[in-house]
Ligand binder design. Structure first.
Ligand SMILES: CCCCC[C@H](O)/C=C/[C@H]1C=CC(=O)[C@@H]1C/C=C\CCCC(=O)O
Ligand SMILES: N[C@@H](CCC(=O)N[C@@H](CS)C(=O)NCC(=O)O)C(=O)O
Length: 189
């Protein structure tokens, strides 16, 4: 066993990309599921323990880490998939930060504008995703990854949270997938 533990709600959410990265690397991990009622009802003292009062929490043996993107970068460095130079790493960070921005839009939509903002969200989504497609297409004519040409150097994968609402990142290859806007080329989970 690797000694990895992901503690999160029973959701894909911010834990899913960590799971994807580990799965891509052939690593195993344990899941600690926190029920949202316990979390918000104060039954779990994890919220007090959590550095910023939030999940996911990631453990690598005794090493405990929070912040999903920090966890991704930690694992990226650990597995040697965070870029072959300072500039490659910066480009990877740039794309990941772009995904974070999109995630925030998605969260706003899901939690605050689900009934009222669906049309707007979906119409703007293609535009947001086209930025990632442009980056992908500019590297090796779109046949490889966001950065570099080696397998696992940097990869983007969209994840489907709900119908036609893909978001999320994992450093991975890309291809057309079902359930996405027609202009979007990405793999859907
Ligand atoms: C029952 C929810 C209780 C947890 C509330 C929590 O503060 C919200 C987490 C969202 C924040 C970022 C995400 O990706 C998280 C998930 C966003 C949307 C749900 C997507 C469904 C899924 O990923 O499986
Ligand atoms: N920037 C943090 C955000 C973490 C976050 O928003 N966590 C949510 C779940 S996705 C949470 O713990 N919500 C419960 C709470 O805020 O009490 C990260 O990327 O890990």
């Amino acid at each position: 066993m690797s000694g990895y533990v992901i503690t999160y709600f029973p959701l894909r959410g911010r834990a899913e990309v960590i799971r994807m990265l580990l799965a891509d690397q052939g690593a195993s991990w344990t899941e600690e599921e926190v029920q949202t009622a316990d979390w918000f009802g104060g039954e779990s003292d994890l919220k007090q323990q959590a550095v910023f009062g939030q999940l996911p929490q990631f453990k690598d043996g005794d090493f405990v880490l929070y912040q999903s993107n920090s966890i991704l970068r930690y694992l990226g460095r650990k597995y040697g998939i965070s870029g072959g130079s300072n500039q490659e790493s910066a480009l990877i960070d740039m794309v990941n930060d772009g995904v974070e921005d999109l995630r925030v839009k998605y969260i706003r939509f899901v939690f605050f504008e689900f009934e009222t903002g669906k049309e707007k969200y979906e119409s703007e989504l293609a535009k947001h995703l086209s930025a990632f497609e442009r980056i992908l297409s500019q590297n090796c004519n779109g046949t490889k990854y966001v950065v570099g040409d080696k397998v696992m150097t940097t990869k983007v994968k969209y994840k489907r949270f709900c119908k036609n609402s893909p978001i999320g990142i994992v450093r991975r290859g890309w291809q057309s997938g079902p359930g996405l806007p027609t202009s979007c080329k990405a793999t859907v989970y």
